[in-house]
Write a protein that binds this ligand. Structure first.
Ligand code: TRP
Ligand code: ZN
Length: 901
């Protein structure tokens, strides 16, 4: 153990490696935690019953030594089996407590004191408004008491909470309430017992005053579960959607996986101050208010979907995460990738599968691909980390879910369920690894996933170059496929990945062709039922170079590749514009059709950027104008999909298309493209807008889809720089009866050059000043304003009475929204955008290192820019790493960004 007294910096460089895993020296049979809550002096008495692990790999040479984690704790007393220990019999530093010469089994009683009021990091025990709550994942429990704070130490918790009765009428913890009562001095207590052994990261405690929504659920075996949602007083009318979502999720997990809830009570508490979305603590989920509260006055259609999926996500963790948990934090994707996959499938079953898929694909393409290509690139199962909190990433979550989806594609849906069943049979109650999961899938299906494991080992986005050759005399179509993956930090050379490539071939008339695959050296499954029987195949790409030969064709086909986005890869094929337009029009895979449209737009924007670099005049091809007018004229199109097809690729996706980004030209080309598209499709956009608006009123069941289409049209019309789009938006804003239309129209007005736009922002503020989640939207609309004034406005908003830098939702609404959603101003050549974000990071570094670190990742793409911007960003990154008290969280992100080549 190294006591680190020199402050933070040297412990920053302490890297933990996956290969160093050792099983713990002691197990914990039982843990009793007694917390006497008080704002500045909370006393924690923990009684821990340890038993030596005879097979421990930890400290073989010193098996009787116990190391407990503990951070920022005031140690008051330790006793061993009832006898107070002399100071000489243990050692402690800022992070550890170390005790030697312990017997095989013993009880330690440790008394510590903490200050929840002063805890702004929102890890451990802290106050959100007038409530106490906890956040222990990943390593927050060590801020509460000395403990073996690692997920492979699972224990049975009994928690006694004591607090003032008037201020804190509800005292909650995990499991079942087994005792409660009044105490002297206006205090009361509650004792909770959780019969399921769990790691400390799943511990939770909540105390405060709440309004409570109650319901019940009868499980498949007939047990009644009490469902309770706790919210700030006055918010009950915003909880019903969350409750309905919870019941749907419980039913779905029973029907799809046969998984039943296991306690008699399931509680959800919503708090305003929360670092992430929500937390799956056993029986007591703690949620960010933004993923619980929703009614159609205050929440958009997208918010409703998010609430449903996050409620489901946390619920699904009860099996994938809690009953079977992670052995160590390198295995995080074991629970997160799998649980994201499960919540995606749930949402697909509840709503439109096609639309959900596109949303998830967009998250990968716009976010995860950039992460894979930058300084933080890591495999879904990382090999090392400095601060675990920095590894709750899109790679671990979203790419992790894609990896699970590929397993499902390879072993089929029924095989996947068999694998899940075996996984629970083998590992219920255990802390396991990704390897254990893969083995369960292999054994249940009798397949070999050796090569597939590279998805767990290797970082980076694999790329496929596909070339076609058509032999008209033989009716043979040959695809030559090359796979590669660019180097990532620490991994210069990559082995091939196993890539399931779903594909089909179309005739020019849009007919799917029968697939007759002539070569036998390739593993290939031709779909043999349903509408695509014989006409769609999944080919397993396993080598650097492979060839597929299709025979028996009458005409040169148009390939539909990577259908359903069957692997998280970049696919390159030399489609002509004409072929893309055809696929956009007739491909019956909604991903491939949408992707064809995106490729068309991307190609054009990249070309326009090139034209600007060469000082050529810009023009918009007539064919493209026709293509988009055509799709707007398809009257029976799904409004959701049409809306998706109308949305142009994002600037962050586009900048990834360049090795070195010609930023000014790209932005100008991008704006020209959007504006011109809007002008050229003006008539159709207007009529589609009207049609969608009236359908949103009459076709209640699909209202959200129609609103999405309506607002996609409105947003484009707003870019046409004609007063018409703006007045349409103002009209919509005045008439809006729910939040989706209100917010979408406010955005169009607030992002225009309209002289009186602040009037509309003020109207919105006046209406919603008492709803903090709606105010977050108000902050975001202003933060994403493309006009140059925005920087000064944001500095002013930072001083606004409704902005608190200690509240992560506010920081995300104003600053993350700016850094990630207002790239035009973030990347300004005068550097004020970068400085603004760095100023906030520096302030937050002390207050909330986790949020500060996430914001620091805004600079991750700095190397892609021109020298002037590079210097400006590097300057801000240096300012950050050189901070006197830079947190490990921020230091890891900023130093990796600076070191990246
Ligand atoms: N496990 C949480 C989830 O459902 C993630 C999470 C919530 C978290 N709060 C956190 C992770 C704080 C790190 C720190 O995905
Ligand atoms: Zn999760």
């Amino acid at each position: 153990m190294t006591a680190n007294s020199q402050g933070n910096k040297s412990s920053h460089s302490e890297i933990k490696y996956r290969r160093d895993y050792k099983s713990p020296a002691f197990f914990l049979l039982e843990s009793k935690i007694y917390l006497k809550l008080s704002e500045q002096k909370t006393t924690v008495i923990s009684s821990l019953n340890f038993k030596r692990n005879l097979d421990s790999e930890e400290l073989i040479e010193q098996p009787r030594q116990l190391i407990l984690n503990g951070v920022k704790l005031k140690l008051l007393d330790i006793s061993l089996d009832g006898v107070s220990m002399p100071r000489s019999s243990y050692q402690f530093s800022e992070e550890y407590l170390l005790i030697q010469d312990l017997p095989d089994q013993f009880t330690l009683e440790i008394t510590t004191e903490i200050n929840p009021q002063a805890n702004t990091s929102l890890q451990g025990l802290y106050k959100s408004g007038d409530k106490y709550c906890t956040q222990c994942e990943a390593e927050g429990f060590r801020n509460i008491t000395y403990f073996p704070d690692r997920p492979d130490v699972m224990t049975i918790f009994t928690t006694k909470v004591e607090a003032d009765k008037t201020k804190y009428p509800f005292l909650l913890s995990n499991g079942n309430l087994i005792d409660s009562g009044d105490l002297e001095n206006g205090k009361h207590f509650a004792t909770w017992h959780d019969p399921f052994p769990k790691p400390s990261y799943l511990f939770a405690l909540v105390a405060g005053n709440f309004d409570l929504l109650e319901d019940t659920f009868i499980t498949m075996s007939g047990r009644e579960v009490a469902l309770k949602i706790y919210v700030d007083s006055g918010k009950l009318n915003q909880c019903h959607h969350a409750m309905e979502s919870l019941k749907k999720a419980m039913t779905w997990d029973e029907e799809v996986y046969g998984l039943e809830y296991d306690l008699d009570i399931y509680m959800i508490v919503a708090v305003s101050d929360f670092n992430m979305g929500a937390m799956e603590n056993k029986g007591l989920n703690v949620f960010n208010t933004c993923f619980v509260l929703a009614n159609n006055k205050t929440a958009t259609d997208a918010d409703f979907e998010d609430v449903e999926s996050v409620i489901a996500h946390e619920y699904f963790h009860n099996w994938t995460g809690n009953r079977v948990t992670c052995r160590d934090w390198f295995q995080l994707t074991l629970k997160e990738g799998l649980t994201v996959f499960r919540d995606q499938e749930f949402s697909s079953d509840m709503n439109s599968r096609a639309v959900k898929r596109l949303k998830d694909v967009l998250a990968i393409k716009n976010g995860q691909f950039a992460e894979d290509a930058g300084p933080m690139s890591h495999p879904i199962r990382p090999d090392s980390y400095v601060e675990m909190n920095n590894f709750y990433t899109q790679t671990v979550y979203s790419k992790g879910a894609e990896v699970i989806r590929m397993i499902e594609t390879i072993v089929c849906n029924s095989g996947f369920k068999k694998g899940m069943k075996l996984y629970f049979e083998r590992h219920d109650g255990q802390a396991v690894t990704c390897e254990d999961f893969i083995c369960a899938m292999e054994d249940a299906n009798n397949v070999d996933l050796s090569l597939f494991r590279n998805w767990y080992r290797q970082a980076g986005t694999p790329e496929l170059d596909v070339n076609a050759h058509w032999d008209s005399s033989k009716g043979k179509y040959t695809l030559t496929i090359t796979q590669y993956c660019k180097p990532t930090p620490g991994q210069p050379h990559k082995e091939p990945f196993l890539i399931p490539l779903r594909l089909a071939l179309f005739s020019k008339a849009g007919e799917m062709q029968n697939l007759d695959i002539a070569n036998s050296d390739i593993k290939c499954k031709i779909v043999d039922n349903g509408a695509f029987s014989g006409k769609e195949a999944v080919i397993e790409i396993t080598e650097h170079h492979q060839t597929i030969v299709f025979s028996g064709l009458n005409e040169k086909p148009i390939p539909s590749l990577l259908r359903g986005f069957s692997a998280p890869i970049k696919l390159h094929f030399g489609f002509s514009d004409q072929e893309l337009a055809l696929l956009l029009a007739f491909d019956n895979d909604s991903y491939s059709s949408w992707e064809a449209g995106q490729m068309l737009m991307t190609k054009l924007i990249v070309n326009l950027t090139g034209d600007l670099l060469e000082d050529k005049p810009l023009s918009f091809p007539i064919e493209l104008e026709e293509t988009f007018n055509n799709i707007l004229e398809v009257k029976d199109a799904d409004p959701n999909l049409l809306a998706m097809n109308l949305s142009t690729p994002s600037l962050d996706f586009l900048l990834e298309q360049f090795q070195e980004v010609p930023w000014n030209e790209l932005v100008n080309a991008y704006n020209y493209f959007n504006r011109t598209l809007a002008i050229k499709c003006h008539g159709n956009l207007l009529s589609t807008y009207d049609r969608a608006a009236s359908m949103a009123d009459s076709d209640r069941e699909n209202a959200s889809g129609w609103r999405k289409l309506q607002n996609a049209c409105l947003s484009l019309l707003g870019k046409a720089e004609e007063t018409e789009g703006i007045s349409l938006a103002i009209k919509q804003f005045k008439q809006a009866k729910e939040m989706t239309n209100s917010l979408a129209s406010l955005k169009v007005v607030a992002h225009s050059q309209q002289a009186d736009k602040t009037k509309w922002l003020d109207t919105f503020y006046q209406r919603w000043q008492d709803e903090e989640l709606v105010l977050d939207k108000w902050f975001s609309v202003q933060a994403t304003n493309p006009e140059r004034d925005v920087i000064n406005e944001i500095y002013q908003l930072l001083e606004h009475a409704d902005f608190q830098i200690s509240n992560p939702n506010k920081v995300r609404a104003l600053i993350t929204a700016f850094a990630k959603g207002n790239l035009e101003n973030f990347h300004r050549l005068d550097g004020v955008g970068y400085k603004l974000v760095a100023d906030v990071i520096i302030k937050l570094n002390k207050i909330n290192p986790q949020i500060a670190a996430r914001l620091t990742s805004s600079f991750n793409s700095w190397r892609k820019f021109d020298n002037s911007r590079k210097e400006l960003m590097k300057h801000q990154l240096k300012r950050i790493v050189e901070l006197e008290n830079v947190s490990a969280d921020v230091y890891e992100i900023a130093s990796k960004a600076l070191a990246y080549n």
